[in-house]
Design a protein around this ligand. Structure first.
Ligand SMILES: Cc1ncc(COP(=O)(O)O)c(C=O)c1O
Length: 468
């Protein structure tokens, strides 16, 4: 036992004290015992600020500096961090002696959460719970194969459905797949928004399912007006199930409960996760038609084919139930729609004013600003210089100063992407919006000054990339 273990043990189960005690050495510990490259990367871009507290849309570093979190844990914190209603629901469970994980018994809280989810998606009939987005994807792939008797799964370029083997087999981004093949067979990739290619893949009637994110998380790619509805109709024509991966877009993120509602599409299977956790307990849900479920779980001895030990645990179910209540009581879905419109208007105005901005896209509070190679000579030369080191590096000239100078946490919308993505908590206020608009405008304006601080940062990043 090390000296630090002895001291830590004196804290017993005071986890917050343990957290505080390791303020100075946690990165070194993490580096030693877990992912060293992640620690190096965060240090290089200056994100190692020692976040110590989270509340609503804000994070606070060790010096008490407040940051606006437009990353939301990849979409987990739709209702904000450490929401008191979720905490109360979880405390209620913790302070009880409710039976949990009976396995030979069904979960009462799972039944209640399932009913409440289905009330919001009335054309679906059954829910299975799992522990993560990836696990929900795996479940959907199995049910598609099991219910249709077909093997094929059609998925889209740039899709992200997770990194477990089934999900990775339908991941449209090579950077996640590289080195891990071979993958699950019969997975066919088609371009997003291309109905002709989709029909080509479906028409042989060998495809069990077409899986698609209504708005792709990587890139924030928005479907053409008729894409999802026609894709659903094509699937029906060829006996293929239509799966909407709403793990990121669902539960109000885009200004509707499900993003597919914007386009009037009714999938056979809908996947939810992330926000359903209330930001506390991992959970996912697979909503499907009764016909799909009944084909797979068709006999009593098949009752346990889709089990997962922790899937219906009381804390996850309580977090889900309380999250749905908060979405309603705080009118967060309506708020996401109106706040999103406000931000989109402001960003679109920037697109008109700034040469480097190519496009603004998204729905509700899932928004990307896409940058592109500029026309004017000075800017174009600066762009080419850093993009030669790595495609997509320009985006860091937006996200890094947003973080270091304006205390806004955001992300690049995917490998090699020139899009900067914002996924704020749904309850951000008027003043948060002003904070965002002012900061984004200032950072984009700075990126148009050559020479300037932004491009000096670009050169530094480029030389780092070249060196590593
Ligand atoms: C659309 C989508 N599907 C699936 C996943 C995988 O979820 P998880 O990381 O919980 O496995 C993600 C995660 O970002 C996602 O955005």
């Amino acid at each position: 036992m090390s000296a630090s273990d002895t001291v830590d043990n004196n804290f017993g189960h005071d986890i917050t004290a343990l957290f505080a005690r390791h303020d100075k050495d946690y990165q070194e510990l993490y580096s030693r015992h877990s992912n060293e490259q992640l620690v190096r990367m965060l240090k290089m871009i200056g994100y190692d600020v020692g976040f110590s507290r989270g509340e609503g849309p804000y994070l606070y570093d060790r010096d008490g500096v407040r940051y606006l979190d437009l990353l939301s844990g990849f979409g987990v914190f739709a209702i904000g961090r450490n929401h008191p209603a979720i905490r109360a629901a979880l405390n209620n469970v913790l302070n009880s002696s409710l039976p949990n994980l009976l396995q030979m018994g069904v979960s009462r809280l799972a039944a209640i959460l399932a009913e409440r989810l289905l009330q919001r998606v009335p054309y679906l009939d059954k829910v299975l719970f799992a522990n993560s987005g990836g696990e929900a994807v795996e479940t959907a792939m199995k049910f598609a194969r099991g219910s249709t008797g077909r093997a094929g799964i059609v998925y889209c370029e740039h899709a992200f459905h997770g990194v477990s083997y089934g999900a990775l087999s339908i991941n449209g981004d090579e950077s996640f797949r590289s080195g891990f093949g071979p993958f699950v067979p019969d997975c066919i990739r088609v371009p997003f928004n291309d109905l002709a290619e989709l029909e080509q893949a479906l028409r042989h009637r060998t495809m069990a399912a077409f899986i698609v994110e209504p708005i792709q998380g990587k890139g924030v790619n928005v479907p053409a007006a008729d894409y999802l509805k026609t894709a659903a109709a094509l699937c029906r024509r060829y006996g293929t199930l239509f799966i909407a991966d709403e793990i990121q877009t669902g539960l109000g993120r885009t200004g509707r409960f499900l993003a597919v509602e914007h386009w009037g599409a009714e999938p056979d299977i809908v996947l939810l996760s992330k926000a359903l956790s209330g930001g506390y307990v991992p959970v996912s849900a697979v909503l499907m038609r009764k016909a799909v479920f009944d084909k797979v779980v068709d006999r009593m001895d098949r009752a346990l084919v889709a089990v997962s030990t922790f899937a219906e645990n009381n804390l996850a179910m309580a977090a889900g139930i309380a999250t749905l209540d908060v979405l309603d009581s705080e009118r967060l879905i309506e708020k996401a729609a109106s706040t999103g419109e406000r931000l989109m208007r402001a960003f679109s105005d920037m697109a008109r004013r700034y040469e480097l901005v190519r496009e603004v896209r998204g729905k509700g509070l899932m928004i990307a600003i896409d940058f592109a190679r500029p026309q004017s000579l000075g800017l174009r030369t600066a762009w080419d210089l850093i993009e030669a080191a790595r495609e997509g590096l320009f985006s860091q000239l937006i996200t890094i100063p947003l973080f270091s100078e304006h205390k806004i946490l955001s992300q690049v919308a995917g490998t090699d992407s020139h899009a900067v993505k914002f996924l704020p908590p749904l309850a951000i206020s008027e003043s948060d919006c002003e904070w965002i608009i002012k900061a984004v405008d200032a950072v984009i304006a700075a990126s148009h000054r050559v020479p300037g601080a932004a491009w000096s940062l670009g050169r530094k990043l480029a030389s780092n990339v070249v060196r590593t």
